[in-house]
Design a protein around this ligand. Structure first.
Ligand code: FE2
Ligand code: FE2
Length: 173
């Protein structure tokens, strides 16, 4: 499905941003807090409002519609991990505001590890389940693609910053 490709393209942007931050988590530098704040903003804007919004409000809902049995197992596990990530980022934000580098660093490292594993599970297990549903129902893009575009269109600045065109099929795949 094109919608799966879009989510996987967003995963690439998330993993790239995480790996760009890693060298700055080793020890405190004069610009550490600025970089950490920028990362927290990236997570809240891109990861949450842009990517998790598509998963939680559209993709997972669509999966549940055609396979209600997934709700208790894999889907609730993914939603739980999104929430865990939100609380780690809010801890990191509080630590940044208190100028506590060590504590901010710990929360962000934990967040990065969580996201890395989470994305692996989605890419290698959950999205395959969705593709299996679509191989029978053949309606995923028809039912979700337009709404995906609407999420992107609602946040044009974020889309612009990461070179994402509304309604476009990802080019880097
Ligand atoms: Fe997710
Ligand atoms: Fe995801």
């Amino acid at each position: 499905m094109i919608v799966t490709e879009i989510l996987m393209q967003e995963h690439k942007i998330i993993l790239e941003t995480i790996s760009q931050l890693e060298p700055h988590l080793k020890e405190q530098q004069p610009d550490s807090f600025t970089r950490l704040s920028e990362f927290i903003t990236f997570v809240r804007e891109f990861v949450d409002k842009f990517h998790h919004a598509k998963e939680e409000e559209l993709y997972f809902v669509w999966m549940k519609k055609y396979n209600p049995g997934l709700e208790q197992g894999p889907l609730s596990c993914m939603l739980g991990e999104h929430d865990q990530g939100r609380s780690l980022i809010s801890n990191a934000d509080q630590a940044v505001q208190a100028q506590d580098f060590e504590s901010a660093r710990k929360s962000i490292l934990e967040f990065n590890r969580l996201l890395d594993e989470h994305i692996n599970k989605e890419n290698n297990v959950l999205y395959h389940m969705a593709e299996q549903i679509d191989s029978v129902q053949n309606c995923g893009d028809k039912e979700m693609l337009e709404a995906f575009g609407e999420v992107t269109a609602k946040l044009p600045e974020i889309a612009d910053r990461y070179g994402i065109t509304v309604g476009a099929v990802p080019e880097i795949l």
